[in-house]
Unconditional design. Structure first.
Lengths: 529, 306
């Protein structure tokens, strides 16, 4: 045993003393994060759990408000050229690193070159391939100096893009675009990420990082807005076990948490309805048809199967109302996209839908009296994915469809889909990386290759997406994307079932919290009463 | 004795080598890799990541590189926890698991042996039935039920203890996880002690002691020495198991121990982390079995180290 009784008593006394001072002076937020962050390095980030912490530690050119609207961050203002290819940002003169050094345009140039450097192993590099020469640099064929990011002077940053990108600002708000401090990386190498070496430019700075335990960040006094930040300290606690997290929330050990156990949703709705704050989220839950494999290459079969699905039932009964019924690939409320293209049978009665489904199946040679359609649904381990698959099997039964289920762990599942191994129907989903319809619609493009799990390939669709990609006019672009979504909802290579909801538990003591479609809640806007 | 220990440790090296080799290839057989998952990665990026993490090399080459680093005592960087090496992760988590495991073991031994002794001395009486009843419950109820149940009672109901978290090892945060870990072990030890003590109490040398009119305490202590042999042999693997952490208990109570890395590492295809935990657990099993053998030679005069 490492601790003697004496030291243990001391530890206990110290803990009590710390508890006492906490109550009197410090304002500490205990924030549950339902997954462990894999890294705190902005250029290596890959998950939403990291995003939550990185938005507190760092600040990009632009930031998100409490309602997740874009606001100026390190950049005070920006302009773009008429052709949409050149973007110039004016940086705040009082933006500082946590060590007091000024944040300059050079820091951003360094960070973007680092992101595109193949050796960094950035998982989001492709998101900024719109920057001129970025892809070549990431492939190892280009030079860092040729990257289209340039420091005109200490406080002016200029981007040159390879094509007009109306959602460019949204990309810059992503955590992978946050700047890193060159001095620390050059001095400590990989160890710059350790709390003792860590330098960041956000409203908080890192003091402790223990995997599976906690990440503690404290207010960064060097930040230009430090006076407006009310929290002294934020402790991020990994809450992978959702039931355990709920108990900790009930015990007051967590002030907020980003997940709920869906099997206890009734209890939560009855007993904690003021604390449970679900909100629509930019994510689509769907099943994928393998459009390369008969009979799923037949749009009539896909459409018929889709018509039989009661999406309200799935969202309400299976998912306990923690999902919304989904009738469009692009969730409602995405960017400036406006109303998405609704599935054409959205407002049809169940009887009409079933009639149409029966007719389509008959035409395709299946259905009652025809051939039995035997299909396999693959899903990754999760009680709710399983229940959803079972429900689908049941809903498809009247069409003379026989379903078998195959369950694998998440890695096996997605490797299977990525490698285009022969499946029939498989569970998948997409959470937006940036707030733009393109981020959902690109999934069905032929060029998306391995990520286009359905292997859907339609030249007309590809042409529309290509046109939208180079369209500078926002209204025309939106119309083109709507045309593309119309095709997607007609052909249904992706069987859209639901729109995700965020599932935050928020203590009544926590103020400044606002629901939003990105589920971003930067700690700089939060405080406890 | 030193030469015995050295010989045993040396003979363990081939065992570890085989375990390492089999595990290395087994985890690679599992479909998917460290970069597959819900957040789908662009194929162009995936190719680059495989290069950066040397996953594009042929498997035998990766195996060779792994062995080479291992020979230098380097377990490599974690694939999942990209800011840490496997050794750094263990440096923080292993002491946590060992402390909890040792505390649970001590608790289980103290209560298990006492209860087992009482039950043996009062064989087929009320006390015996009560102890064995509780022990059966202790073994049969899994810790993913016991843990949440204890939390509901002591954290949410009575508000005596925290519902979870490690809080840098504060005493209050250790109580529930240690008790949850200890309960099933306590039950097994109580049953083992009872069974073998009943047998020992009937042995010829104990009957002689009784005939000589020695007090019950002395007689029991003499009987216990022999009766504890099965408990000691059980303790080897049990200690190795407890000290390398428990996935379930660590997850329920949010404890940063080493137990979760084994399962999480496998699920997230964190190849280096899985290999690290495999080696760690092998070493623990070998060391604790060795300790058991040494203890045996002290407890049982018939056993000699050679």
């Amino acid at each position: 045993m490492r601790f003697s009784h004496g030291t243990r008593a001391l530890v206990l006394a110290a803990a009590l003393a710390m508890g006492a001072t906490t109550a009197s002076a410090e304002m500490v937020l205990h924030r549950g994060n339902s997954g462990d962050p894999e890294t705190l390095d902005p250029q290596k980030t890959s998950s939403v759990y990291e995003g939550n912490i990185l938005r507190d530690l760092f600040e990009g050119l632009v930031i998100h408000s409490a309602a997740a609207k874009i606001l100026p961050g390190v950049a005070d203002s920006w302009t773009s050229s008429a052709d949409g290819l050149t973007w110039t940002f004016k940086l705040k003169s009082n933006a500082k690193w946590s060590n007091g050094e000024p944040v300059t345009a050079d820091d951003f140039v360094y960070s973007y070159r680092r992101m595109m450097d193949a050796a960094t192993g950035s998982q989001y590099a492709n998101m900024l391939f719109v920057i001129k020469n970025a892809e070549a640099l990431n492939k190892g064929t280009g030079k860092p100096e040729d990257l289209g990011v340039e420091a005109v002077d200490a406080h002016t940053l200029k981007f040159t893009l390879s094509g007009p990108t109306p959602y460019f600002i949204e990309l810059l708000a992503h955590q992978s675009s946050f700047p890193v401090y060159r001095g620390a990386i050059e001095k400590y190498g990989k160890d710059w990420i350790k709390p003792e070496n860590f330098v960041s430019n956000g409203p908080f700075k890192l003091t402790e990082n223990v995997p599976h335990d906690h990440i503690t960040i404290i207010r960064n006094p060097a930040h230009y807005d430090a006076a407006k930040v009310k929290l002294d300290k934020v402790v991020y606690l990994p809450t992978e076990d959702r039931s355990a997290a709920l108990r900790r929330f009930q015990a007051g050990e967590l002030d907020m948490n980003d997940e709920v156990p869906t099997d206890q949703i009734k209890f939560i709705r009855q007993n904690m309805k003021d604390e449970f704050r679900p909100a629509p989220y930019l994510g689509t839950y769907y099943f994928v048809f393998n459009t390369k494999k008969p009979p799923f290459d037949d749009v009539r079969v896909r459409r018929a199967l889709s018509l039989m699905v009661d999406r309200e039932f799935l969202a309400e009964e299976i998912w306990g109302g923690t999902m919304l019924p989904g009738y469009s690939m692009v969730p409602e409320g995405t960017g400036s996209y406006g109303t998405p293209v609704w599935w054409s049978a959205k407002d049809k009665s169940p009887a009409d839908r079933e009639d149409e489904a029966m007719r389509l199946m008959k035409e395709a040679g299946f259905g009652p009296g025809g051939k039995t359609l035997k299909l396999e649904i693959r899903y990754n381990t999760s009680e709710n994915h399983k229940k959803t698959s079972v429900a689908l099997a049941d809903m498809w039964k009247p069409l003379n469809v026989e379903v078998s289920l195959v369950n694998t762990d998440v890695k096996t599942h997605y490797a299977f889909l990525r490698e285009h191994q022969p499946f029939d129907v498989a569970r998948a989903g997409w959470i937006a990386d940036y707030n733009d319809a393109q981020n959902f619609l690109f999934l069905a493009e032929t060029a998306t290759k391995s990520l286009n799990y359905s292997q859907y390939s339609n030249p007309e669709y590809d042409a529309l997406m290509a046109r939208a990609a180079t369209e500078g006019d926002a209204a025309k672009r939106s119309a083109t994307l709507h045309e593309a979504e119309t095709i997607l909802m007609r052909d249904e290579p992706y069987l859209v079932l639901m729109t995700y909801m965020s599932k935050q538990m928020v203590s009544k003591r926590l103020k400044g919290w606002e629901p939003n479609t990105l589920d971003y809640h930067p700690s700089r806007y939060l405080w406890l009463e | 004795m030193i030469s015995f220990v050295l010989r045993r440790l040396l003979s363990a090296l081939p065992t570890i080598f085989i375990v390492v080799t089999v595990s290395f290839f087994l985890i690679r057989v599992a479909p998917g890799g460290p970069f597959d998952g819900e957040s789908h990665i662009d194929p162009r990026i995936l190719e680059n990541l495989k290069r950066v993490y040397q996953l594009d090399q042929p498997l035998w080459m990766q195996y060779w590189l792994f062995l080479k680093n291992l020979a230098h005592g380097d377990l490599g960087p974690s694939f999942f926890f990209k800011d840490f090496t496997v050794a750094q992760l263990f440096a923080v988590s292993l002491p946590v698991s060992m402390e909890n495991g040792a505390a649970a073991l001590a608790l289980a031994l103290a209560f298990g042996i006492s209860l087992g002794t009482v039950a043996a001395l009062r064989q087929n009486h009320g006390v015996d039935h009560a102890v064995m009843g509780v022990a059966t419950i202790g073994v049969t109820i899994p810790n993913f039920v016991v843990g949440p149940l204890l939390t509901l009672i002591f954290a949410l109901g009575l508000s005596w203890l925290p519902a979870g978290g490690w809080n840098n090892g504060a005493f209050a945060n250790r109580v529930l996880p240690v008790v949850t870990l200890a309960l099933p072990q306590m039950a097994v030890i109580a049953r083992l002690t009872r069974a073998s003590l009943i047998e020992a109490l009937r042995a010829n040398h104990i009957r002689t002691l009784r005939a000589l009119g020695l007090p019950t305490t002395t007689v029991t202590l003499h009987a216990l020495r022999g009766a504890l042999l099965p408990v000691v042999s059980y303790l080897g693997p049990a200690a190795a198991n407890l000290m390398t952490g428990s996935v379930v208990v660590e997850r329920i109570f949010g404890i940063p121990g080493v137990g979760r890395y084994f399962v999480d590492g496998a699920l997230s295809r964190d190849y280096t982390l899985v290999m690290g935990t495999v080696i760690l657990i092998s070493v623990f099993v070998i060391v604790f079995n060795l300790i058991v053998d040494i203890l045996y030679s002290f407890l049982d005069p018939r056993v000699r180290m050679e």
